[in-house]
Design a protein around this ligand. Structure first.
Ligand code: JFZ
Length: 451
């Protein structure tokens, strides 16, 4: 290239433009195109599963207090950080846990591989604060992932980014046992630790259906780190899903976010049913009792509460990740297991109105919720307002109506309303599922508000 050409206005402009772009990227400006997205197939398969088991477990179960949060108060740090030396859940059986998930009608499982307290439920080469250092010694993640593969349950690790045990994490709660760091905490070292562990998990126990992150809200974690970690996971396993707690986009316990602007494939409403949303995938996480980790005599939700949550979630177009906290002996508490099996029995009868459906077209309300699949709409009537239920009209013709599992339902349709009647003796105790056939693809019917 001749000197004249190199200084031509065109090359000068190109040079300036490139330099500006490079500067922008180096400064870590949010750049939507830099977030590697989920594979649509993987997301759809996950949505079709609709129902999963969340498990919060670790040495903390010995105290009956909340995982992570009870470290320091009320359990002194010294004591909390040494619980693992007594952790010996001799009755742990991966076979029983996974069988229970199956009997419940759950299609996937998410387990706290590492919660905020930093303890690791697998044998990690990056720390000794792990299951291999307990008297138990068996690798919980190994046994569970093997069993999940055997029984056809998808598995994903919950992984807390914040780590109050690792000194390099650097948040004020984050001083580990005996650590007197003679230097400043270094978040870059912590990020390396996180990435090393995720790679290790994936290599030894993968593939996973999801990396379920948490603990993104504290100040050491930034948006740039979130995008970077998202892309790291995606490169590890291109078809994996990543929840939105990888990045800073989550708006409080509502759990929703702006995809594209922030990393993550789905929203994570916590301890509440998410609001109807077909454009951003979401998953409600909720405890079957009140605490995430096991607590003796914790208040257990009734079957009615559990099924209402499941139905309202599916009707809002979301997934449900229902949490159990196993006991220090390794068993899931029998009364919790019984409740789950009751849900499973209901799903045996009514599962076609949940799995593989989308929420709507009638948005959830006091009356209940609806789901749909193909040319079928499932009305889940949770509260009959009287003799009949009146719903707003839809631009589709209802060609038949009956109860799921048999039994008659009568429907009168006009342009602006639908009146549904089921005689009281034919109504379900908790949920009456009315199956409507319509003359077009029900998912294409625009969602309507149904208070
Ligand atoms: C988080 C965890 O802290 C909790 O232990 C559990 O694992 C849940 C699934 O996710 O929940 C939070 C997160 C943040 C707050 C409360 C609960 N907060 O900032 O008050």
């Amino acid at each position: 290239m001749s000197p004249t050409n190199a200084f031509s206005p065109f090359f000068v402009a190109l040079f300036v433009a490139t330099a500006t772009l490079a500067q922008t990227l180096a400064a870590g400006e949010p750049s939507a195109s830099s977030i590697l997205p989920a594979q649509p197939d993987a997301l759809q398969k996950w949505q079709e599963m609709r129902f999963g088991m969340f498990i919060h477990w670790g040495p903390v179960s010995l105290t009956g207090r909340e995982i992570g949060w009870s470290r320091g108060k009320p359990t002194p740090r010294e004591e909390y950080d040494n619980l693992y030396k007594r952790f010996n859940p001799a009755q742990f059986s991966a076979e029983e846990w996974v069988s229970l998930a199956k009997q419940t009608g759950m299609k996937y499982m998410v387990l706290t591989s590492k919660h905020h307290d930093g303890f690791c439920l697998w044998d990690s080469q990056y720390t000794d604060y792990d299951i291999a250092s307990t008297p138990f010694g068996r690798d919980v993640i190994k046994e569970l992932t093997d069993e999940c593969k055997r029984q056809g349950i998808a598995f994903g690790p919950y992984y807390s980014i914040l780590d109050w045990y690792q000194p390099d994490y650097g948040e004020s709660r984050g001083v580990g046992p005996g650590y007197e760091l003679d230097r400043q905490p270094d978040i870059r070292k912590h990020v390396d630790y996180v990435k090393n562990q995720l790679q290790e998990l994936n290599q030894k126990y993968g593939p996973f259906h999801v990396f379920w992150f948490d603990g993104e809200w504290e100040s050491p974690w930034t948006h740039e780190m979130g995008v970077d970690l998202n892309n790291f996971c995606r490169r590890l396993q291109p078809d994996v899903l990543i929840n939105n707690r990888v990045d800073k986009g989550r708006r409080g316990m509502h759990g929703m976010f702006q995809p594209g602007e922030f990393a993550g494939d789905y929203g994570t409403p916590e301890q509440r049913v998410g609001t109807f949303d077909r454009s951003v995938p979401w998953e409600t996480c909720m405890t079957i009792c009140r605490q995430w980790a096991w607590k003796p005599n914790d208040e257990l939700k009734s079957l009615q509460q559990c099924l209402q949550v499941l139905v309202l979630t599916a009707g809002g177009d979301g997934n449900l990740l229902l949490n159990v906290g196993p006991m220090p002996d390794g068993r899931i508490e029998p009364r919790q297991a019984d409740r789950l099996r009751e849900m499973g029995a209901w799903l045996q009868e009514n599962g076609e109105s949940i799995y593989g459906t989308r929420g709507g077209p009638f948005e959830p309300g006091k009356w209940g919720a609806s789901t749909c699949k193909g040319k079928t709409i499932y009305l889940h009537v949770l509260n009959w307002p009287g003799d009949r239920l009146t719903l707003p009209g839809i631009p589709a013709k209802i060609t038949s109506a009956q109860l799921l599992g048999g039994g008659s339902a009568s429907v009168e349709q006009s342009d602006d309303s639908i009146r549904v009647e089921v005689s009281p003796e034919n109504r379900g105790e908790i949920d009456t599922v009315v199956v409507l056939q319509v003359d077009r693809d029900a998912v294409m019917i625009p969602p309507v508000d149904a208070p």
